[in-house]
Ligand binder design. Structure first.
Ligand code: TRP
Ligand code: ZN
Length: 869
């Protein structure tokens, strides 16, 4: 930064606003480089202050009027405008101008493929007009949009359409009124030409709601699943949470240029087209499930986020953690609960734990922020959801729902805090959450180290639990947390042992509240096998010295699928770790027969769901394994993961081959059984292609596939096993789909993950592919993001060329789109995890970035934290 370094804001410095805005009347006269915005606000003074500071960034002021009279008593500052000597209540009229076509940051008003659209969360509204751009100022919005009628037949904003008409010189206008007061970050405007998928929904109380999904022309045949998901979301929220929709129209617009997944603007969601568009030819089963989850997520925000919003951005997890919890429950109620849980836990154990261990570590409710966009993190979202889930575990569904009800009774229509939420849960349930609140302020990953002792004479079994949270970069002192610890004990026949403590029958969820705690179970007639942290009852690491036999036993006898899966993962973890040592000492990768047999048992168990078996046979990712080490040996871990995959492939080839054939389906449906079959069959394929005899299977599948799931699985297999025909099918795909960026994203991601030695050169060549553009966040994440995050061997190549490439890309994105740059930089922040040579090379790139004279706040915050570490 040339000027002074950007300043941090602290949670503890919260001050209520000096003024509020009760109503705002906006008029937009859209123009590519000179959109005129007129904002007429009704302002009320709240504190004793005749000065009003409004936020504003990159906008050109035309005029200010107070109560209809031109006002000159103001100064323009770096952060906005300061108006002086104001009356206590007044009408403020501001006219200003903005340039959507040069807005490459995709924040505020910008153009996506010819359509105008907005993104205001977190602090984008200030790029549209001067305003009190903070979530605790709630106003009623009326919005008039004016544009050329032929080019922009659809003019949309929040709420209900109240007027429309034609204007001179080919223009028209539409006026929208949103009856629900809202913060500025929920404002939205869209103007363009679209195809529209229409449907309707009648709420439980009889409100008729028009549902409209706007997609680029020609994409109507890809909007159906989004509509089905929306209707399912509306129904589910009524049934499970008793919450109904509150407007007469719900609109979703799909745009190709979008920094994140989607945005919950009141009545007018804007979505990354990736989370709307799908048909069987263009989207995989995973894409379909992602659409269901994100459509649900944004819909659920209508209550948890919009009706009750956040007082300040430090409270972000209030709406995000809770809404992620709700979308996870939605997906679990509609689909497979265990598979959903497994995938959510993988995210926590992989990238979220990695974030805890990084220079960006922060509690789910951060204390200090430079750029708010940097805090839309796995910690705030995913760990935030785990914190809500722990309360759900401690209270049970009925009391949790009572807590939700009380929360809405108290806070509907207002801006609330995380503390408000916990208080409502506590007051409605009568359960003490005093110590539990520490989850909101303490960062880092706790480790539970457990030892056991069986007393043959007394017939007691004791688990001694130690909890420890290591210091993180943001916080050195850690205290004992309240951890719900879900335990089941099995006897040698696999029967459940009833739990008795202190002479009374107890439930499975025990409360760990101290740094060391012993729990003694009585009436245990033989030494049991414990299943612990069931359902991942807390976001912690578990360390217990299981024998191979105990883990294999749990894979068979544990009563729920998650515990079976987890036992399998622990068994794999033992042998990944021991093989890393082997490889480092020049020995070959080995797996004992017991491990192979345990996994064979899972495959052959006909009682298990196909989708579950597929998860149980999936190895942990490189990134998850990296998290087990302070310093990770990149090459050794890659060798071991590859080696284990080959050993399993060879040992179980007959079982895989048999399943591969019996699971073939002729017709494509997205019903859950069908998804499960494809999932398991394609898992078999990933193993089988590593065996000579079956190496041809992926090509055969690519040629015959009638859906994208199978096509993509074939390409993934060919790519990761570096099969001879890889290039052929990649070329074929590119020829077929190069006109469609969204479909090409899958191809770009494979190029990024390409294990070949010349992967980097290839990635660079892909940047001149006609479907690629660094200005499109989806393309950038697919190609560059996958290279940085999912190609450890090539990205971390000793030459440092991967790091240098990352530095070059980040330098460009720093100027065009700092939000995307700031997400892409994450793997570089973790340089301390690698050997000294690699550390030095990565650091060099971070230093180059720090020295840029136009370094954006987003990168400044992360780079300076990393270099401080
Ligand atoms: N509130 C959005 C969600 O979770 C997140 C989001 C969408 C966002 N676009 C953004 C956050 C841009 C910051 C910047 O659904
Ligand atoms: Zn959200």
């Amino acid at each position: 930064m040339t000027e002074s370094a950007p300043k941090a804001k602290y949670r503890s410095d919260y001050q209520s606003p000096s003024h509020t805005i009760t109503d705002v009347n906006l008029t937009f006269d859209l123009h590519e480089t000179a959109t005129k915005v007129v904002a007429v606000s009704q302002v009320k003074q709240l504190a004793q202050s005749s000065t009003l500071s409004l936020d504003g960034e990159g906008i050109e002021l035309i005029s200010v009027d107070i109560n209809g009279v031109s006002w000159n008593d103001y100064v323009i500052t770096d952060a906005g405008i300061e108006l002086h000597n104001l009356p206590s209540e007044f009408e403020l009229k501001i006219e200003n101008q903005i340039s959507p076509s040069t807005n490459t940051a995709l924040e505020g008003l910008y153009i996506s493929d010819g359509a105008y659209c907005t993104q205001c969360e977190a602090e984008g509204f200030r790029r549209i007009t001067y305003f009190l751009d903070r979530p605790d100022v709630l106003a009623k919005y009326t919005t008039k949009v004016i544009a050329d009628k032929d080019a922009f037949p659809f003019l949309l904003s929040n709420g209900n359409k109240v007027a429309e008409g034609n204007l001179e010189s080919g223009k028209h206008f539409v006026t929208w009124e949103d009856p629900h007061p809202k913060p500025s970050y929920l404002f939205a405007l869209v103007a363009g030409d679209f195809d529209v998928l229409r449907d309707s929904y009648t709420t439980r109380s009889g409100r008729h709601v028009a549902l409209e999904i706007f997609v680029d022309k020609g994409n109507l045949n890809r909007a159906n699943h989004a509509m089905v998901s929306l209707i399912n979301s509306m129904k589910w929220d009524e049934e499970r949470f008793g919450l109904e929709y509150d407007l007469d129209i719900y609109m979703i617009v799909a745009v190709d240029f979008f920094n994140m997944g989607a945005m919950e603007n009141k009545g007018l969601n804007v979505f990354n087209s990736k989370f709307v568009l799908a048909n069987e030819q263009t989207a995989t089963d995973t894409d379909y499930l992602g659409i269901e989850a994100v459509i649900g997520h944004e819909y659920f925000h209508n209550w948890t986020g919009n009706r009750v919003t956040c007082r300040d951005w430090f409270q972000l997890s209030l709406k995000e953690g809770l809404t992620v919890f709700r979308d996870q429950e939605f997906s679990s109620d509609l689909g497979s609960r265990s598979v959903n849980r497994i995938n959510n836990v993988r995210i926590i154990r992989g990238p979220q734990f990695a974030e805890d261990a990084s220079p960006m570590s922060h509690p789910i409710r951060p204390e200090k922020v430079i750029e708010m966009n940097n805090f839309y993190t796995l910690t705030v979202y995913e760990k935030g959801s785990e914190v809500i889930r722990m309360m759900h575990t401690l209270l049970g569904e009925a009391k949790f729902q009572a807590g939700m009800k009380l929360y809405f009774e108290r806070h509907d229509g207002t801006a609330a805090t995380c503390e408000d939420f916990v208080s409502a849960m506590e007051d409605a349930s009568g359960i003490d959450l005093k110590q539990f609140r520490l989850w909101y302020s303490q960062s880092g990953t706790p480790t539970l180290t457990v030892t056991d002792h069986y007393d043959e004479v007394a017939k007691t079994y004791t688990l001694t639990v130690n909890q420890e949270t290591k210091a993180t970069q943001d916080q050195s002192d850690k205290q004992a947390l309240h951890i719900p610890f879900d335990v089941e004990l099995y006897d040698e026949h696999g029967k459940i042992i009833e739990l008795h403590c202190n002479g009374v029958r107890v439930g499975n969820v025990l409360n760990i509240t101290e740094s060391e705690q012993a729990i003694t179970f009585e009436q245990v007639n033989s030494k049991p096998v414990p299943s612990m942290l069931r359902e991942f009852s807390a976001p912690v690491r578990l360390d217990f010295n299981y024998s191979d036999e105990q883990l294999a036993f749990l894979m068979v006898h544990a009563q729920n699928e998650f515990a079976k899966w987890d036992a399998g993962q622990m068994l794999l973890a033992k042998y990944i770790k021991s093989n890393v040592v082997s490889v480092q000492n020049g020995r070959a990768v080995e797996l004992p027969e017991l491990v192979i047999d345990a996994f064979r048992g899972v495959i052959l168990n006909e009682k298990l769901d196909h989708a579950f078996i597929s998860e149980a046979l999936s190895l942990p990712s490189f990134n998850e394994v990296a998290g087990w080490y302070d310093i990770v040996d990149v090459d050794a871990v890659c060798d071991v993961l590859k080696g284990i995959k080959l050993l399993i492939a060879n040992a179980l080839q007959d079982e895989f081959a048999a399943l591969y054939h019996t699971l073939a389906q002729f017709e494509y449906t997205i019903e859950h059984n069908a998804i499960g079959k494809r999932s398991l069959r394609n898992l078999c394929l990933q193993y089988l292609v590593n065996v000579n005899e079956y190496a041809h299977l992926a090509e055969k599948q690519y040629q015959s596939a009638n859906n994208m799931t199978d096509t993509m699985a074939a390409m993934t297999a060919a790519n990761s096993a570096a099969l001879s025909y890889r290039q052929n099918i990649m070329d074929d795909y590119s020829e077929k789909w190069s006109h469609d960026g969204l479909v090409m994203d899958k191809w770009f991601a494979l190029q990024g993950m390409n294990p070949a030695e010349d992967a980097l050169e290839n990635v660079k060549n892909c940047m001149s592919h006609c479907a690629f553009s660094l200005s499109n966040p989806n393309r950038t994440r697919s190609l560059i993001g996958s290279f940085l995050n999912m190609n450890p061997r090539r990205f971390h190549d000793k030459s440092g060329q991967g790091y240098e490439f990352a530095g070059e890309i980040l330098t460009k994105l720093n100027e065009s789109n700092p939000q995307v740059a700031s997400r892409l930089i994450d793997p570089l922040l973790k340089f301390k995890k690698y050997d000294v040579e690699r550390q030095a090379l990565i650091k060099q790139e971070l230093e180059k970035l720090r020295n840029l004279d136009n370094l954006a706040k987003d990168l400044f915050e992360k780079v300076s934290k990393a270099l401080e570490s």
